[in-house]
Design a protein around this ligand. Structure first.
Ligand SMILES: CCC1=C(C)/C(=C/C2=NC(=C\c3[nH]c(/C=C4\NC(=O)[C@H](C)[C@H]4CC)c(C)c3CCC(=O)O)/C(CCC(=O)O)=C2C)NC1=O
Length: 169
């Protein structure tokens, strides 16, 4: 598992170079955004259950066929599995936000997930939509908590979406 700093060290150590201007700029920007990243994690932490619940409700309002008898989230077991998946995405996105790196998502969440979803008939498009709804809710809450530039919040959610769909979003 890597974060913004360890991944930079790894890249420069591989070629045996000192940090150059690009590396220092990227370190500067990571540390400058540190307080905002922690504020985002704190905001998510105290609202996680509500964020997941609200994301699910909004997703099922938009795509009610998911919870109809032919839908993948139909039956309480599958409905719960769907919300649990959203909760996984939120928790690991929080780790990635603090790390300033999406490597934790690749290693712990995304590996093999697409294949699992395909074999169970879990629809990718609607899952990606759920992740994007969650991103918007998180961004609104982080902004309400006083973080002025919330652009960095996009990264892990967009990474999950991109990797799941293997397309540009
Ligand atoms: C921490 C990393 C991690 C992830 C990400 C993860 C995902 C994950 N989601 C699963 C199932 C599932 N995932 C969903 C999700 C959905 N269905 C929909 O229609 C919606 C679009 C969507 C919710 C947004 C559903 C319904 C199942 C159960 C499918 C079934 O058993 O038929 C399964 C199969 C095993 C199980 O049911 O637990 C896995 C492994 N597991 C992990 O350990």
């Amino acid at each position: 598992m890597r974060d913004a700093v360890t991944s930079l060290i790894k890249n420069y150590d591989v070629v045996g170079r000192y940090f150059d201007r690009d590396a220092l700029d990227s370190l500067k920007s990571y540390f400058a955004s540190g307080t905002a990243r922690i504020q985002a994690a704190a905001t998510i932490n105290s609202n996680a259950a509500a964020i997941v619940k609200q994301s699910g409700s909004q997703l099922f309002d938009e795509l009610p066929e998911l919870i109809r008898p032919s839908g993948n989230a139909y039956t309480t077991r599958r409905y719960a599995a769907c919300l649990r998946d959203l909760d996984y995405y939120l928790r690991y996105a929080t780790y990635a936000l603090v790390a300033g790196n999406t490597n934790v998502l690749d290693e712990r969440v995304l590996q093999g997930l697409r294949e699992t979803y395909n074999s169970l008939g879990v629809p990718i498009g609607p899952t990606v939509r759920g992740v994007q709804i969650m991103k918007e809710i998180v961004k609104a809450q982080v902004a309400a908590a006083g973080v002025t530039n919330t652009a960095f919040v996009d990264e892990p959610f967009d990474h999950i979406s991109r990797e799941l769909s293997e397309n540009n979003i």
